[in-house]
Design a protein. Structure first.
Lengths: 115, 115
């Protein structure tokens, strides 16, 4: 049962424009959310995270927005650069639950930034 | 900065053989996680250890076992290998203290191929 969903398998954006990657979750116990970037045959690279007590977190070109009532989060990349082309995974965990801090991943969105 | 180290990076085994994957966490990280990523799939949580004790268990087959040693490195032991065990195996580590508490940092992965 997929508790974290990324409904767009792929996204193509022009260089310099904004990339918006979306993620939905079903488990209301999730209270910590992360975005990872992944290249083929490499491990996921941590990008940015957000706790459920916040609705926005910003780090350079990356901003994550969290809408708890809608169980939705999004990652904004602006301006997008060709080097941002990769698969982006949304992940969530529930602190204090029986599942510990194990991450639940979405299936990923493949972002292509074209020159 | 030091990252998570995994060895070997690639491993080829025959059915019914055993395999041992090793993970060396980021220095001063006290928690280790193991994930399995099948082809075209999202990473699935297998098991985690905090301070050398198993802290959580996910979809880890009974044929697999793991432990964390006194130097915090971890090993995933896989026996009676099946074709379906062919996957990328990621180790991640995190710290329960400091500025990036609970953020999991991933290693490059071990690609296991079972023939």
């Amino acid at each position: 049962d997929q508790q974290v969903k990324q409904n767009s398998p792929s996204l193509s954006v022009q260089e310099g424009r904004i990339s918006i990657l979306n993620c939905d979750y079903t488990n209301s116990m999730f209270d910590y959310f992360l975005w990872y970037k992944k290249y083929p045959a490499e491990g996921p690279t941590f990008l940015i995270s957000i706790s459920s007590i916040k609705d926005k977190n910003e780090d350079g070109r990356f901003t994550v927005f969290l809408n708890k009532s809608a169980k939705h989060l999004s990652l904004h990349i602006v301006p997008s650069q060709p080097g941002d082309s990769a698969v982006y995974f949304c992940a969530a965990s529930a602190h204090g639950s029986n599942s510990g801090y194990a991450l639940n991943f979405g299936k990923g969105t493949s972002l292509l930034v074209t020159p | 900065a030091a990252g998570v180290i995994q060895s070997p990076r690639h491993l080829i085994k025959e059915k019914r053989e055993t395999a041992t994957l090793k993970c060396y966490p980021i220095p001063r990280h006290d928690t280790v996680y193991w994930y399995q990523q099948g082809p075209g799939q999202d990473p699935q949580f297998l098991i985690s250890f905090y301070e050398k004790m198993q802290s959580d268990k996910g979809s880890i087959p009974d044929r697999f076992s793991a432990q964390q040693f006194s130097d915090y490195h971890s090993e995933l032991n896989m026996s009676s290998l099946e074709l379906g065990d062919s996957a990328l195996y990621f180790c991640a580590s995190s710290s329960t203290s400091g500025a990036s508490t609970d953020t999991q940092y991933f290693g490059p992965g071990t690609r296991l191929t079972v023939l």
